[in-house]
Design a protein around this ligand. Structure first.
Ligand SMILES: C[S@@+](CC[C@H](N)C(=O)[O-])C[C@H]1O[C@@H](n2cnc3c(N)ncnc32)[C@H](O)[C@@H]1O
Length: 370
């Protein structure tokens, strides 16, 4: 007996007009003959093939990164044989990988048989946080190896163990783990801080508390832009142990867990940068209530993280971040409207939703305590 659930029978009349056309093989044959429609059909076909083949593209990138191909090319053009020696990949399969890298515009080949780093490959090596992000994708890739089991909740995900701090105080017991994860976060924080500070005005605030602020990378950037602002950082003790010595005079440190400890009072702005999406709704509700209690009247809450597109699902956040946070088993990628709704329900007013120009880096919601 077939254990798979059966789909209901197709009823084209229940579908939208364009979807109905796309279900018709006759329409596909017609579209291939009419110039305007042919162009549209080809573009749609290419987009569909991107979706189908995306995982192979990502794995080719992982091989180029872990084989150090892009790094070696950063020192100058090389032949396939040179690269084979440097990267310990036999020439024939390396040639396939290099051609894939060229198709992805990470590198390019010339007529003399040499390979060059392309601007996109150079940007990959330069933008902070991208390389560590790609290097830790093995974990998510394994979690998704049986995607249907994953979405049915039958997979014990490795990512749920990769971020064990979410479940309690494990990070406090494992300093190595805390250091590894803090490094990943701090490296990618540079872009998040830049975009957040473009979207939010902190110039009228006197004291900012960053809750779940890791090793202080966001506050370091805030301090550079607003030298007069008093800065405080609240995070788990094992994480705060990694705050660089150079920041310790500038920032006051408050070790604790927002699950079990109250937040320090005195700040007129509190930021939650890439914190809410790690947690389930109950934890988020309790945390927002603690932020509300710690702020004075007129105090501002600032939430910054990649957000779902809500009514218009976003190709970056509703695929990558939503599935990533689902794999964590405790997290959820929320839309700006949902976060604003939660802030309103906690008692905040003056809600502002500020979509980022790079939604895969961050978007912002702010509100005030009345
Ligand atoms: C995804 S990281 C973001 C770090 C930093 N804000 C950034 O954007 O780079 C989430 C942070 O929340 C902290 N965190 C998680 N649970 C916490 C808790 N119960 N109390 C305090 N901090 C917590 C983690 O230690 C971590 O630094």
């Amino acid at each position: 007996m077939n254990a798979e659930p059966r789909p209901p029978p197709a009823r084209p009349e229940a579908l939208g007009f364009l979807t109905r056309l796309a279900l018709s093989p006759r329409f596909h044959r017609l579209a291939a003959r009419i110039p305007g429609l042919r162009w549209k059909a080809r573009a749609e076909g290419a987009a569909l093939f991107q979706v189908i083949s995306g995982f192979v593209q990502s794995q080719a990138l992982v091989a180029l990164v872990e084989g150090r191909v892009l790094h070696v090319l950063a020192s100058g053009a090389k032949t396939t044989e040179d690269l084979s020696r440097h990267c310990a990949i036999p020439p024939a399969p390396l040639e396939v990988l290099l051609r894939a890298g060229a198709a992805l515009r990470l590198l390019s080949g010339d007529r003399r048989g040499r390979w060059h780093l392309a601007p996109r490959g150079a940007a990959f090596l330069t933008v902070p946080g991208l390389e560590p992000m790609v290097r830790h994708h093995h974990v998510l890739y394994r979690d998704l190896s049986d995607p249907l089991a994953f979405f049915r909740g039958q997979t014990e995900t490795e990512l749920a163990g990769f971020w064990p701090y979410v479940f309690g105080a494990l990070a406090q017991e494992d300093a190595g783990l805390a250091a590894r994860y803090s490094r990943l976060m701090a490296e990618s924080q540079v872009l998040v801080a830049e975009d957040t500070l473009r979207l939010v005005d902190l110039s009228k605030r006197s004291h900012l508390l960053d809750v779940g602020g890791g090793t202080g990378a966001f506050l370091a950037e805030v301090g550079r832009v607003h030298p007069g602002l008093k800065l405080s950082l609240f995070d788990m003790p094992a994480v705060l142990a990694g705050v660089p010595a150079a920041l310790r005079d500038r920032i006051s440190l408050h070790p604790g867990s927002f699950r079990s400890d109250p937040l320090p009072v005195g700040a007129d702005a509190i930021s939650l940068i890439r914190v809410l999406y790690d947690h389930d709704d109950a934890t988020v509700a309790a945390l927002l209530a603690k932020v509300h209690a710690a702020l004075p009247p007129g105090g501002m809450i600032l939430v910054s993280e990649p957000m779902s597109g809500g009514d218009r699902p976003d190709p970056a956040t509703d695929v990558y971040f939503a599935i990533y946070t689902l794999a964590m088993r405790t997290g959820r990628t929320r839309s700006a409207a949902e976060i604003a709704g939660r802030l309103r329900a906690t008692g905040f007013t003056d809600l502002r939703q500020c979509p980022g120009d790079r939604p895969y880096v961050t978007s912002v919601v702010t509100a005030n305590r009345p």
